[in-house]
Write a protein that binds this ligand. Structure first.
Ligand code: ADP
Ligand code: MG
Length: 865
C-alpha cells in the first residue's frame, strides 16, 4: 500500500479509541482518512468480531471508498469490504467494513437499536453537517452511554473545528481526544473575474480553460459545477478546445455509472479536465490536479416551502467551500484556482453554510426519532438543536398524517410509513394507496412527486422542483387531478419503453423520467411490505384511489374553491389556483404544490398542482377533525341573522344548511345579532341619534348632584350588556330597534330614582310665554337651552334644574337665530348688557318690538319650532 499522510496519525487514533472509546480525527482532504481509518480499526481488533460501519454523506463516496479499500486489501467489493446505500446493497455475510449512507444507518438504528453486529462507527466528513449525520451522531452517542459502552466512535472531518464534537462525545470537562494530521499544503494562486460576466456558466468554463491552456497547462484541471446538467453543457462547450489541445474531458457526479466515476478519478495517459459536482470538494480526491476552475455554485439540499418535500437548490457556495475547492489544486505542488465570479461576490458570501439541522424540514427525522422511542424530540440529545418552530411544524404534520399520537407514540400507520425511504407525506400517500388497493400507482405518484419534475420545458429549468406539473393537452381526460394526469403521462411514457426521442417529443426530460422510474421500481419493491397493511380492497377507480391517497398525505393542504380560481385553505389562508391546473371544476381539493408569492401586489400562494377530493373522504379519513355546529349567519342586506348548521373539516366550511329551531340555534342567533349590533353601536338601537347620550348625561348629572340617590350612570360595558340581553330571542336589527333599549334601561331604576331624574334633569323646561324648550343634555357639559331673546321677557331669573341648584346655560337668540348672549345669569344680562344689545336689535330688526325692560316685558305667544 502506498503510504498516505494519515498513516502517521493512526497509532494515536487507535490508542485514543482503546482508552476512551471515542475520538475525533481532523485531517485535510486527501490525507487518507476514508481509505485507511476503517481498516486500521478493524485490523487492530477494536471492533471485535463485529463490523466497522462507515457513514458517508454521499452515495458516490460510499461506493468509491468501498471499492478502493477492498482493492487495497486485494479483494472485491462485497467481500470483507462492502457498501450499502438507498436501494443498493453490495455486502455479504463476510463483510466487516461497511460503507453506508446516512439514511441507511438511521434505519438500521431503528430496526436494531443496539446495533448488535456493529463494533465501531466512523462518521466520515462530519464537516458537511448533514441532518442525518447530526442525528446519527446523537443516537450513537446515546447508545454508547447506554446499552453499548463498548461501541467505538470516530468522527472524521476535513475542515470542521473538532472542539464541539469532542466535547459532545466526551463531556465538557473531559472532551474526547482529537488527533490531527496536518499534511503538507502548497500555495494556490486564486484569481477572480475582474467584473461580472453574464455569459452562461458553460461559456465561462471554456474561456477559463482556454486561458489555462494558453498559459501552458501542466497537470489536470478540476472544474466545480453545480450538477449533471451543467456538467453536460460544459462538456459540449469545451469539446472543441479539448480536441485541439488533446485534453480528456470527464464528468464526475453521483448519477454516473461506477465505471465512469472511476475514469474521472483514475490516472490517464492524457491530461484530464474533470467536470465535477462538489463531490470533489472533500469526498473524492483526484491526484494530479494542478488547476481548479470554481463555478462558485452547488446544488444543496433544501425543501419545498409548501410541502416540506426535499428538493435541491442551486446556490452560491460559502467562503469555506470556495477555500476547500481552491485547495484541491495545491495538494502536491503549487497550483492555481480560477474563480468564475468576482472578488466582490466572494467577499459577500457567508463564511460557512448553516448546518442542515437549522434549515431543513424535520418531518422525516422527527418520525424516525419517534420510532426510536423519543416521545419529545425537543428533549433528544441533539448535537445542535433545531429551532422550536421547525420541530413544532414537523410534529404537527406527523400528527395530521396519523403517524404519531398526541403523546408522541408511533401509530401502526407511522410504523408502515417508516418502512418507506420517503418524506412522511409521500410515505403516507403510498401507505394509503396500499389500503385503497392501488399500491403501484401510489408508488408512481410518490416517485413523481419526490423526484425532479419530469416536464422538460418549465420555468426555473435547472432547479429541481418539488414535483407537480400539468399537461393541458389532457385536461379533457383528467379534469380531477394534476397528479393523476402526471401519472398518466408517465405511464404513457412507460408504455413506449421510455424511448428518449418520444419522451422529448412529449415534452418530457428523459433524465428526470429515468430517475423517477428508478425510484418507482425500487419503491415498489420495498412497498410490498406495506401491502399487507392494505384492506385487500380491489381498486375501484384507480384515479380515485390515488386522489384519496393524496388527501391522506396532504391533510393540512385541503382547500375549497370560492369563486373562479380563489381558494380558501383549511388553515384559514387564501390561495389562487394556477389557471393551468386541470382541476377546474371541483369545489374541494388538496393543494399538492404551490409557490408563495411575496410581491406586495399579489401576495399568497399560487397552487400549481392540485387534486380534487370529495368531502365524504374527509369524514372517512379524518373523523376526529370533522365538526358540526349550529351557528348564526349574518345576512347583511336584511340586517338579519339566520340559524344554520355548518359542517367543518377543522376550520374549513364543508357544508351549510338551515337549522331547525332549537334553544341552541336561538342562542347562536342571539350571539351573532349581539356581535353585529355592538359593532354597529349601542346608540343605534336607542331611538333618535342622541337619545342614549342624553339619557346617560341626565343620569350622570343627577348622580353627581344627588349622590344619596345612588344612581350609577351606565358605562359602555353595561350598555353593551343591556343590548346583548335584548338580543335574546330576537334575530334582526329591526326587532332590536323596536325592543325599547332605553325603556329597559329606565325600567332598571326604581320609582324614586325615576321621579328624581324627571324632576331634577327634565327633558324640557317651560318659559313664561308657555313655550316648552328642550334641555340639551351632554355628558360633562352644563345643561343648556336656546330660545329667542323675546321668549325670556318677563323672567327676572333664568330657569334652573336639580331642584333649583343649577342654573341652565341660556343661549339668547336674535331673530336671525344667532346667539346674542350665552349666560347663566339672566338678571345680570338684563341689567348690564340688554340696553346695549337692544339698541343694536332695534336698528337691525325695527319691525320687532324691543321693550326697554326685558324683566317685565310680556313674551310673545309661543310659536312652533
Ligand atoms: P481523505 O478521506 O482523507 O480525504 P482519501 O482516503 O479519500 O483521503 O484519499 C487518500 C489518498 O488516496 C488520496 O491521495 C487519493 O488521491 C488517493 N486515492 C483515493 N482513491 C483512489 C483511487 N481510487 N485510486 C488511486 N488513488 C486513490
Ligand atoms: Mg474522505
Amino acid at each position: 500500500m502506498t503510504p498516505l499522510p494519515v498513516d502517521a496519525a493512526l497509532p494515536a487514533l487507535l490508542d485514543a479509541l482503546r482508552a476512551r472509546g471515542a475520538a475525533v480525527l481532523e485531517a485535510p482532504p486527501g490525507a487518507g482518512k476514508t481509505t485507511r481509518v476503517p481498516g486500521a480499526i478493524l485490523d487492530a481488533g477494536l471492533a471485535g468480531d463485529r463490523e466497522v460501519v462507515v457513514l458517508e454523506p454521499r452515495r458516490l463516496a460510499a461506493r468509491m471508498a468501498a471499492r478502493r479499500v477492498a482493492d487495497e486489501r486485494g479483494e472485491k467489493p462485497g467481500e470483507t469490504v462492502g457498501w450499502q446505500v438507498r436501494f443498493e446493497d453490495v455486502s455479504s455475510a463476510r463483510t466487516r467494513i461497511r460503507f453506508v449512507t446516512e439514511g441507511v444507518l438511521t434505519r438500521r438504528l431503528l430496526s436494531d437499536p443496539t446495533l448488535p453486529k456493529v463494533g465501531a462507527v466512523v462518521l466520515d466528513e462530519f464537516h458537511e453537517r448533514h441532518l442525518q449525520g447530526d442525528v446519527a451522531l446523537a443516537m450513537l452517542r446515546a447508545l454508547q452511554r447506554g446499552a453499548r459502552p463498548d461501541l467505538k466512535l470516530v468522527v472524521m472531518s476535513a475542515t470542521l473545528d473538532g472542539g464541539p464534537v469532542a466535547r459532545f462525545l466526551g463531556g465538557d470537562d473531559d472532551p474526547a481526544p482529537t488527533v490531527r494530521s496536518e499534511g503538507r499544503r502548497f500555495d494556490v494562486a486564486v484569481e477572480h473575474l475582474p467584473r461580472m460576466d453574464d455569459r452562461p456558466l458553460s461559456a465561462l468554463v471554456s474561456s477559463a480553460l482556454g486561458s489555462l491552456v494558453t498559459r501552458g497547462l501542466d497537470g489536470d484541471v478540476l472544474v466545480f459545477l453545480p450538477g449533471a446538467a451543467e456538467i453536460r453543457r460544459a462538456m459540449e462547450t469545451c469539446a472543441d478546445l479539448a480536441r485541439r489541445h488533446d485534453l480528456l474531458v470527464l464528468p464526475l457526479h453521483g448519477d454516473l455509472p461506477p465505471a465512469e466515476q472511476d475514469r474521472a478519478v483514475n490516472p490517464a495517459s492524457k491530461r484530464k479536465v474533470i467536470l465535477s459536482t462538489n463531490v470533489a470538494e472533500t469526498s473524492v480526491t483526484i491526484d494530479g490536479v494542478a488547476a481548479v476552475i470554481d463555478g462558485g455554485l452547488a446544488r444543496v439540499a433544501a425543501h419545498a416551502p409548501w410541502s416540506g418535500l426535499p428538493t435541491l437548490r442551486v446556490q452560491k457556495v460559502s467562503k469555506a467551500s470556495a477555500t476547500q475547492r481552491a485547495g484541491r489544486a495545491g495538494r502536491t505542488r503549487e497550483g492555481v484556482c480560477l474563480r468564475l465570479y468576482t472578488r466582490h461576490d466572494y467577499e459577500a458570501r457567508p463564511e460557512f453554510d448553516p448546518p442542515e439541522v437549522k434549515r431543513l424540514d424535520l418531518a422525516e427525522t422527527t418520525l424516525e426519532l419517534h420510532a426510536s422511542g423519543v416521545r419529545e424530540p425537543r428533549d433528544f440529545g441533539w448535537f445542535e438543536p433545531p429551532t422550536d418552530a421547525a420541530l413544532d411544524a414537523a410534529e404537527s404534520l406527523l400528527r395530521d398524517l396519523g403517524a404519531v399520537t398526541a403523546t408522541g407514540a408511533l401509530t401502526p400507520t407511522g410504523r408502515a410509513m417508516l418502512r418507506l425511504p420517503l418524506h412522511p407525506r409521500l410515505a403516507r400517500v403510498v401507505v394509503e394507496s396500499a389500503r385503497q388497493g392501488s399500491l403501484d400507482r401510489g408508488c408512481t405518484a410518490a416517485a413523481l412527486l419526490g423526484e425532479r419534475d419530469i416536464s422538460a420545458a418549465r420555468r426555473g429549468a435547472g432547479l429541481a422542483g418539488g414535483g407537480g406539473g400539468w399537461s393541458p393537452r389532457e385536461a379533457e381526460a383528467h379534469g380531477d387531478s394534476d397528479v393523476t394526469a402526471l401519472v398518466a403521462r408517465f405511464e404513457a411514457a412507460a408504455a413506449q419503453g421510455f424511448d428518449a426521442r418520444a419522451l422529448r417529443d412529449e415534452g418530457l426530460d428523459p433524465g428526470a423520467v429515468a430517475a423517477v422510474e428508478r425510484v418507482r421500481r425500487q419503491l415498489s419493491r420495498v412497498a410490498r411490505s406495506v401491502e399487507s397493511e392494505g384492506t385487500g380492497a380491489s381498486p375501484g377507480d384507480a384515479d380515485e384511489a390515488l386522489r384519496v391517497a393524496l388527501l391522506a398525505g396532504y391533510p393540512d393542504r385541503v382547500a375549497r374553491r370560492l369563486r373562479g380560481l380563489e381558494l380558501v385553505m383549511v388553515n384559514g389562508g387564501s390561495a389562487k389556483l394556477d389557471p393551468r391546473s386541470e382541476v377546474q371544476r371541483a369545489e374541494f381539493l388538496v393543494a399538492v404544490d404551490a409557490e408563495e408569492r411575496t410581491d406586495v401586489k399579489a401576495r399568497g400562494a399560487v397552487v400549481r398542482s392540485a387534486s380534487a377530493i370529495e368531502p365524504e373522504w374527509l369524514m372517512e379519513l379524518f373523523p376526529d377533525a370533522i365538526r358540526e355546529t349550529v351557528e348564526g349567519r349574518w345576512v347583511a342586506a336584511d340586517e338579519r341573522v339566520d340559524a344554520v348548521t355548518r359542517l367543518y373539516y377543522r376550520g374549513l366550511l364543508l357544508d351549510e344548511g338551515r337549522a331547525p329551531p332549537s334553544p341552541e340555534a336561538e342562542r347562536a342567533v342571539a350571539d351573532v345579532l349581539a356581535r353585529e349590533a355592538l359593532a354597529k353601536g349601542v346608540s343605534h338601537f336607542a331611538g333618535d341619534r342622541d337619545a342614549l347620550d342624553r339619557w346617560v348625561a341626565r343620569l350622570a348629572f343627577v348622580a353627581e348632584q344627588f349622590p344619596e340617590a345612588k344612581i350609577a350612570p351606565p358605562g359602555d360595558d353595561a350598555l353593551g350588556e343591556a343590548l346583548r340581553r335584548l338580543c335574546e330571542g330576537r334575530r334582526s336589527f329591526a326587532e332590536l330597534r323596536d325592543a325599547g333599549l332605553l325603556e329597559g334601561l329606565r325600567a332598571g331604576l326604581d320609582g324614586t330614582q325615576r321621579a328624581l331624574i324627571d324632576r331634577a334633569a327634565p327633558e324640557r323646561v317651560t318659559l313664561p310665554g308657555g313655550r316648552a324648550v328642550k334641555v340639551h343634555w351632554v355628558r360633562a357639559k352644563a345643561p343648556w337651552i336656546e330660545s329667542r331673546l323675546q321668549d325670556f321677557f318677563g323672567m327676572a331669573e333664568g330657569p334652573r334644574v336639580a331642584s333649583g341648584r343649577v342654573p341652565l346655560v341660556l343661549h339668547l337668540l336674535a331673530p336671525n337665530q344667532r346667539a346674542v348672549q350665552v349666560t347663566t345669569d339672566l338678571a345680570g344680562f338684563w341689567s348690564r348688557h340688554y340696553a346695549g344689545i337692544r339698541k343694536e336689535l332695534c336698528r337691525k330688526y325695527p319691525r320687532h318690538p324691543w321693550p326697554e325692560d326685558g324683566r317685565t316685558a310680556t313674551p310673545p305667544a309661543p310659536r312652533r319650532g
